[in-house]
Design a protein around this ligand. Structure first.
Ligand SMILES: NC(=O)c1ccc[n+]([C@@H]2O[C@H](COP(=O)([O-])OP(=O)(O)OC[C@H]3O[C@@H](n4cnc5c(N)ncnc54)[C@H](OP(=O)(O)O)[C@@H]3O)[C@@H](O)[C@H]2O)c1
Length: 291
């Protein structure tokens, strides 16, 4: 069976993580709200991920809310020493499932404690400050108050490392002037490549880039070139999309989300898929960013 370790590891601050990880957002109910339809199935996916060698899980306490973290705890606690759980703060859910900004110092501290309690941890490995995003992408804004608040929680020993999510390149520059940033988590996939230059600059500095929606998220990737490449290398289109990301840059860490053990295993198998140069070239047109 393919092991997640085949794609190698990356140093996320003091933590060594497999480049093939797992994103837990799909383990909550519809619209990332409420309990999953299949609780036992959610536990099975998490346990299968660990058995396959994955040691990097992406989550947040606002998935559910609380429920995804509680499922991670139920499935995997006590955690192995090498498991790195990355979470994010900066939003909260309304009673109708809406996503709302929650990034005052008090709200960030409360979110860190929610994550610690629901995951059953004394310290969080990595906390991403997540800004709100829309179909237009990240929004401009000063990160100084929020990152100062997170750095204080880090100094208290509640957080090991800090990352950023849904940010513009200039916000990454500002963030790095305030505190050490170990990862940036933005939307990026074959069809959505606005962060190409950012990925390259982070790679040069040894900082991880973690694309969310690597498979297209709520609108799975669809393209003739992708189907053609999949046929050529006897893989599925989703496997080609993941293999392309792994080949795109060594600082890219994958967190594809799934509620299915079958899909999880297909995703992990993509680490053994090497796309030849002519197929990589044939995929270029999918994500061409208009000049
Ligand atoms: N920072 C942020 O603002 C932010 C935003 C969104 C997500 N995230 C993080 O990023 C992670 C990944 O994003 P995502 O889960 O939303 O989107 P994704 O990984 O791009 O795609 C997930 C979708 O693809 C399907 N899928 C997964 N593997 C498949 C396969 N092998 N074949 C066919 N379909 C497959 C899943 O359905 P099944 O369940 O049926 O497999 C699900 O509908 C999340 O889990 C979350 O941790 C972060």
């Amino acid at each position: 069976m393919t092991k997640a370790t085949h794609a190698g590891v990356f140093q996320l601050g003091s933590r060594s993580v497999t480049r093939m990880g797992y994103g837990a957002m799909q383990l909550a109910g519809p619209q990332v709200f409420g309990p999953p339809r299949d609780h036992a199935g959610a536990l099975a996916v998490l346990r299968a991920a660990i058995e396959s060698g994955i040691n990097h899980i992406d989550t947040s306490d606002f998935y559910g809310p609380h429920i995804t973290n509680q499922i991670i705890r139920e499935a995997l606690h006590p955690y192995g020493d090498d498991l790195t759980i990355v979470t994010k703060v900066g939003a909260k859910r309304g009673s109708d499932g809406s996503w709302n900004v929650a990034n005052s110092a008090a709200e960030l501290e409360s979110a860190v404690h929610d994550n610690l309690r629901n995951l059953g941890l004394d310290v969080l490995d990595v906390v991403n400050l997540r800004l709100m995003f829309s179909t237009h992408g990240p929004a401009e804004g000063d990160l100084e108050p929020q990152l100062t608040a997170l750095a204080e929680l880090q100094a208290k020993g509640l957080i090991r490392h800090i990352g950023l999510s849904n940010v513009l390149p200039e916000q990454v520059v500002q963030g790095r002037s305030i505190t050490d940033i170990v990862c940036v988590q933005n939307m990026y996939n074959l069809a959505h490549r606005h962060d190409d230059a950012l990925i390259d600059s982070l790679a040069a500095d040894g900082i991880a880039y973690v694309p969310f929606f690597p498979l297209g998220g709520f609108s799975p990737l669809q393209a003739d070139a992708l189907n053609h490449a999949a046929e050529q290398c006897k893989a599925t289109p989703m496997q080609v999309a993941l293999a392309w990301l792994l080949q795109r840059s060594p600082n890219i860490l994958l967190i594809p989300g799934t509620s299915s053990v079958t899909h999880l295993q297909q995703n992990i198998a993509s680490v053994d898929l090497q796309l030849p140069a002519e197929l990589l070239a044939s995929l270029e047109g999918i994500g061409a960013v208009p000049a």
